[in-house]
Design a protein around this ligand. Structure first.
Ligand code: MN
Length: 211
């Protein structure tokens, strides 16, 4: 997906709609992927339609260089390109075959920074609960491999911070409202049960994997 160029195509979900039940229900995943993410793909293509000189850019190149784009498409590329990128990472942060807890070098990084997996969860949950309105909680690493949590609004992608994305939790209401209504905390608690630690570890070890 990341090497794709205009016209962008919706990437298939890496698992069936029902695969994350009962934690993430099939109806939510269907709308989230087939309707919400599809709309970001369509609107990104629409923004680039009349700008052939930018149609050769990959998604990540568009996001990293958005300040150089023509003013009239900057916002749309930011919001919709971010929407495509963030949802790929969010869906890739989950798996029906979750190991339940981290392992390998990422587990070591988590213990080093947060002391224990439970403390990590507590901090990450707090980060996700603090997002006011729509946005995401990010787990990232810096160039030294130190872990960093941060929240971002809307479809912002904090690429300019030179951090490496490892896990992404979507806390827009559309990510949980059908099943959890206003209970964002319950959604977050259950999200921990479906984290794809294998892919997270891969991103931690190979920062270039995301590009
Ligand atoms: Mn979403």
């Amino acid at each position: 997906m990341l090497n794709q160029r205009y016209p962008f195509v919706l990437r298939p979900l890496p698992y069936p709609y029902y695969a994350l039940e009962p934690y993430i229900d099939r109806e939510t995943l269907y709308f989230h992927h087939d309707k919400h993410q599809q709309a970001y793909v369509d609107n990104l293509n629409k923004a680039l339609e009349s700008y052939p000189e930018y149609q050769k850019y990959t998604l990540i190149e568009l996001l990293e260089q958005e300040k150089m784009l023509p003013k009239e498409i900057q916002k749309s590329v930011h919001n919709n390109g971010g929407g495509v990128f963030n949802h790929n990472l969010y869906f890739d942060s989950m798996s029906p075959k979750s190991s339940g807890t981290p392992s390998g070098t990422l587990a070591a990084g988590i213990y080093k920074k947060y002391g224990s997996y439970d403390k990590f969860k507590e901090r990450f949950k707090k980060t996700a609960l603090e997002v006011f309105g729509s946005g995401y909680a990010w787990l990232m690493s810096d160039l030294q491999g130190d872990l960093i949590m941060l929240s971002a609004m809307n479809q912002d992608v904090p690429l300019e911070l030179n951090l490496n994305p490892i896990l992404l939790l979507d806390v827009w209401e559309h990510a949980y409202y059908l099943k959890y209504q206003n209970r964002r905390a319950d959604y977050i608690d259950n999200w921990f049960l479906v984290i794809d630690w294998e892919k997270a570890e891969n991103r931690y070890r190979n920062p270039e994997a995301i590009r």
